[in-house]
Design a protein around this ligand. Structure first.
Ligand SMILES: Cc1cc2nc3c(=O)[nH]c(=O)nc-3n(C[C@H](O)[C@H](O)[C@H](O)COP(=O)(O)OP(=O)(O)OC[C@H]3O[C@@H](n4cnc5c(N)ncnc54)[C@H](O)[C@@H]3O)c2cc1C
Length: 292
């Protein structure tokens, strides 16, 4: 395989960090570490969002709530809804997998990028009879430090118990691919996305393809007093976009689509809400994304 085409300098978090700085510069407060667990749309004028931050209850009243979280995470019991979610939406959300939620990611760093010195890209797929299904060179720009290989493991390999076993199997595989120098690893780290409830849901990670995403029911705004008033809630997850389903590009496309719809809907906070918003206008996520 060729080397990866596009990589973010400083990692993908550089994008969300830059967005956060932009938003903060406009005076918007970003709340991190708060898990939203209830959304009510019984009031005709606003949506009420409730959550928990460090065991303390938090709540916001707003003109609109934009949920940029994987669709299946909007379902009870993760978030309870008053009134209940529209049935077609709940069904579509439950049938939409989170992209790569069943994946374990491993990163191995080395003193030297020996694979590059062998004229190899470090990028491989389904090679070397081991747990890693996809492998990518993960060095800094132009091969600078850290000298790293990053692997994605899904399927049976992701079920390997314990990090020690995983490390052993991964290094053995890299040795088969690149030779004995693969044993000179400086560090090994792994992250099991299937065990992250705010990515994969409480049921653990389940795989799924791009074709299972982008369902039209997920793009219909919902939640208004007795479902007769104006919509108050929009989903803008990467998994709502059919073309770039589950990918970062999908998140951007979905975010833009929803932003345009909210502006078109003319949703503005009431004066009373605006006063409260000065104190509490918020983007609320558990670990740094843009969930609310
Ligand atoms: C292992 C792996 C590898 C990937 N590789 C690539 C790749 O190479 N290229 C690519 O384009 N995409 C890749 N993706 C997909 C990419 O990560 C997503 O497309 C992107 O993160 C989606 O952005 P988002 O803002 O829609 O949602 P997310 O990044 O999922 O952000 C949602 C945020 O909401 C938080 N949250 C969830 N529930 C709640 C709640 N109830 N209350 C408050 N906060 C909540 C979560 O903690 C998270 O911070 C990969 C994904 C995984 C798991």
């Amino acid at each position: 395989m060729d080397s990866p085409k596009v990589r973010f300098q400083g990692g993908a978090a550089a994008v969300t960090d830059a967005l956060a700085s932009h938003v903060r510069a406009k005076g918007v407060k970003i709340v991190l570490g708060c898990v939203v667990n209830k959304i009510s749309t019984t009031d005709a004028d606003a949506v009420l969002v409730e959550g928990v931050e460090l065991a303390e209850p938090r709540s916001w009243r707003a003109g609109a709530a934009l949920l940029a979280i994987p669709p299946r995470l909007i379902l009870p019991p993760l978030i309870s809804w008053e009134p209940s979610l529209p049935a077609e939406l709940a069904e579509a959300a439950g049938a939409t997998p989170t992209w790569m939620a069943d994946t374990t990611k491993v990163l191995v760093t080395y003193p030297r990028p020996f694979w590059r010195e062998q004229g190899l890209s470090g990028t491989a797929m389904g090679y070397g009879e081991g747990p890693i299904n996809q492998l990518y060179d993960s060095c800094g720009s132009d091969g600078s430090e850290p000298h790293a290989l990053c692997g994605f493991i899904f399927g049976a390999g992701a079920d390997l118990p314990g990090d020690d076993t995983l490390r052993l199997r991964v290094i053995e595989q890299l040795e088969r691919m690149f030779g004995a120098e693969a044993r000179s690893a400086l560090s090994f780290s792994s992250h099991r996305w299937g065990e992250q409830p705010l990515t994969s849901g409480n049921g653990g990670g389940t795989g799924g393809g791009h074709d299972d995403m982008g369902k039209s029911e997920l793009k219909i705004p919902f939640g208004s007093a007795s479902h007769g008033g104006a919509p108050r809630v929009w989903l803008s997850a990467a998994e709502t976009d059919a073309r770039h389903a589950g990918l970062m590009e999908g998140a951007l496309v979905a975010g833009k689509r929803v932003a345009e719809q909210v502006i078109l809907a003319g949703i503005v906070a009431s004066k009373q809400d605006s006063e409260a918003a000065k104190e509490e206008e918020a983007t609320c996520t558990a670990s740094g994304g843009n969930a609310l």
